[in-house]
Design a protein. Structure first.
Length: 139
């Protein structure tokens, strides 16, 4: 074989290896029910804070500053308790949706990575149509 053929084969092998490694990071969104079926496997779930509890978020920094728990409900109505092993995210109470990346352990969704939660807050102009209108007219 010529050197150019060997270099091309190595290059193709590297490209295939990179593509395979990137495909491992691709994740789809699951429901809480499908996350329960994949217990122990890391999944991504979109849910919202279940406000039917008297205290929807349990966070006591004096007791344990690295533990937050709350209940969520997904778009299909499935509910689960979430345990987040870091401090409570800022403005979590105002969130519209929460993107959770973690694992189901029994009936509890555990998040053990700091970047395992993403809070989707409402637009700051959502409740004030006049402010939104003024902002658009200024642009």
């Amino acid at each position: 074989m010529k050197k150019i053929h060997i270099v091309m084969l190595v290059g193709i092998a590297v490209v295939i290896a990179v593509l395979i490694s990137l495909m491992g990071d691709l994740s789809t969104y699951e429901t809480l029910a499908s996350a329960r079926q994949k217990e122990g496997k890391e999944v991504t779930v979109i849910a919202k804070l279940d406000r039917s509890y008297a205290t929807p978020i349990q966070y006591d920094p004096a007791k344990d500053a690295n533990y937050t728990s709350f209940h969520v409900i997904d778009s299909l109505g499935n509910k689960a308790k979430v345990e987040y092993y870091f401090e409570k995210p800022f403005d979590m109470e105002k969130s519209e949706r929460i993107v959770l990346k973690g694992r189901m352990k029994g009936d509890v969704f555990e998040i053990t990575r700091k970047d395992g939660i993403l809070i989707k807050c409402p637009s700051k102009y959502k409740d004030d149509p006049k402010a939104a209108e003024n902002n658009l007219s200024q642009n």
